[in-house]
Design a binder for this molecule. Structure first.
Ligand code: ZN
Length: 150
C-alpha cells in the first residue's frame, strides 16, 4: 500500500481506490480527455457529457495510483449533475486547496485531499482528473499532461 495513503489515513480514499465509482467509458456525444502524469505513471481518461449547461454524466477510466484514482472517483461522484459554472468553481477550489491549502466548504468530502499538499510530488496525482475534466468542459484539448503545468 501507498505510504501517503497510510499517512493520510483516510478511509474514504482507500474505499474509492478499491471500489472506484463511475468507472468506465461513455460512448455517445461525450467529451473525453486523457490526463497523463508521467512522474507517477497515472493515465486517467475522463468522459463528460454536458446537457443543458449541466454535467449530465461524468465517468473515468485508466490506471493510476491510489491518490489519482480516488480523486477521480470522488470527483465524478460529487460533480455529476452540477452546472458547468459550479463544476468549474469546484475544480478551481480543489486546485487551490491541494496547492495552496485554501479551505472551501464547497468541496465537502473532497476536503480529505487537503493533506496531499504536504507531499508536493503527489499533488499532480490528486489534480490529474480535475485538469482533464476542466479541459473536457472547456473543450480545450484531448490530452492534458501534468508536465505542462504552470
Ligand atoms: Zn499518482
Amino acid at each position: 500500500m501507498d505510504d501517503l495513503v497510510r499517512e493520510l489515513y483516510q478511509e474514504v480514499i482507500l474505499d474509492h481506490y478499491r471500489h472506484p465509482r463511475n468507472y468506465g467509458r461513455v460512448e455517445n456525444d461525450v467529451r473525453s480527455v486523457l490526463g497523463d502524469n508521467p512522474l507517477c505513471g497515472d493515465r486517467i481518461e475522463v468522459f463528460a457529457k454536458v446537457e443543458d449547461g449541466r454535467l449530465a454524466e461524468i465517468r473515468f477510466e485508466g490506471s493510476g495510483c491510489a491518490i489519482s484514482t480516488a480523486s477521480a472517483s470522488l470527483m465524478t461522484e460529487h460533480l455529476k449533475g452540477k452546472s458547468v459554472e459550479e463544476a468549474l468553481a469546484m475544480i478551481q477550489a480543489f486546485h487551490d486547496m491541494v496547492t495552496e491549502g485554501v479551505k472551501s466548504e464547497r468541496l465537502g468530502p473532497l476536503q480529505v485531499f487537503e493533506g496531499v499538499r504536504d507531499y508536493p510530488s503527489r499533488i499532480k496525482c490528486a489534480v490529474l482528473a480535475w485538469h482533464a475534466l476542466k479541459a473536457a468542459i472547456l473543450e480545450q484539448s484531448e490530452t492534458v499532461t501534468t508536465e505542462a503545468d504552470e
